[in-house]
Design a protein around this ligand. Structure first.
Ligand code: SF4
Length: 275
């Protein structure tokens, strides 16, 4: 396979343990393409260190790949526990802490400072990814600034998982048609979902009951799927045209690329047209 992808993300979701065959598929994918970075994310990667190490141990060019985790930081109760966990990974270049008003209820604030300092000591990059429900939530960024200088990436909470159940996702004031000129935000990334397979999508399409339309057991199958080709070639305006779905009546919530994308593919499949 000769594909140049920027990142491979590994998620644990439908199943909580990667099967041996899944680990082998991930290793094969990483070794056959020019992966620049590998991100292990939630669930909570610190609970799956042995699975992650089995993957890392088989990489052909480990030094060329930046390895990161996205964590809830629960293990950083003390300097010792943070160091012990981070040093248990065969390779690690950086840590991304998932922190927002939801995580705040469970994560003691001091854990963040401990994690930040231990990352510095171990020469690992440290950043925070924060999902917001409204711009008001940005007040948390100010609190984080008391700890130190690091990147805080803000994302709007999507109507999925518990945010959907509890109605706590980001609400837009009006429809921003600029979203139609954009592409899937994961265009240069591939995700592996435990129990599902490879997909460009790490969001609303793969979390739904009809995920089989959007994920494939091997990377090759996924890259050759019409779904992957459409998402990597066309922007949303072109996709609506291509799939013969009308853009009339789009709502404020469709300002989010992923909500727009879900609407598009749901409408498309409703019409029973084969992709
Ligand atoms: S929902 Fe669509 S736009 Fe969002 S990550 Fe998935 S494929 Fe990309």
């Amino acid at each position: 396979m000769q594909f140049c992808l920027f990142s491979l993300l590994c998620f644990w979701k439908k199943k909580d343990k990667l099967a041996k065959q899944e680990r082998e598929e991930i290793v094969k994918a990483v070794n056959n393409i020019r992966v620049k970075s590998l991100l292990f994310t939630g669930g909570e990667p610190s609970l799956y260190i042995s699975d992650i190490n089995q993957i890392l141990a088989k990489l052909k060019n480990p030094k060329k790949i930046k390895v990161k985790i996205t964590t809830n930081g629960g293990f950083a109760r003390t300097q010792e526990s943070a160091k012990r966990i981070l040093c248990s990974f065969l390779r690690l270049n950086g840590v991304q802490l998932s922190y927002d008003k939801y995580h705040r209820q469970f994560l003691p604030f001091q854990n963040i400072g401990i994690l930040y300092r231990v990352c510095k000591e171990l020469n690992l990059t440290f950043s925070v990814i924060m999902a917001i429900q409204s711009p008001m939530d940005m007040v948390l960024v100010k609190q984080l600034r008391q700890i130190g200088k690091f990147q805080v990436k803000i994302i709007n909470t999507l109507p999925m998982g518990s945010a959907k159940k509890n109605d706590t996702y980001y609400s837009y004031l009006g429809f921003n048609d600029g979203v139609l000129s954009g592409y899937c935000p994961r265009k240069n990334k591939i995700s592996y979902w435990c129990g599902q397979g490879f997909s460009i999508c790490c969001s609303l399409l793969t979390e739904g009951d009809d995920w089989r339309k959007y994920a494939h057991p091997t990377l090759e199958e996924h890259i050759n799927s019409s779904f992957y080709k459409l998402l990597t070639k066309y922007n949303f305006r072109q996709l609506f045209k291509k799939l013969k779905v009308s853009t009339k009546g789009l709502l404020p919530e469709h300002s989010s690329p992923c909500v727009l994308c879900k609407y598009l593919f749901d409408k498309y499949y409703d019409k029973n047209v084969k992709c």
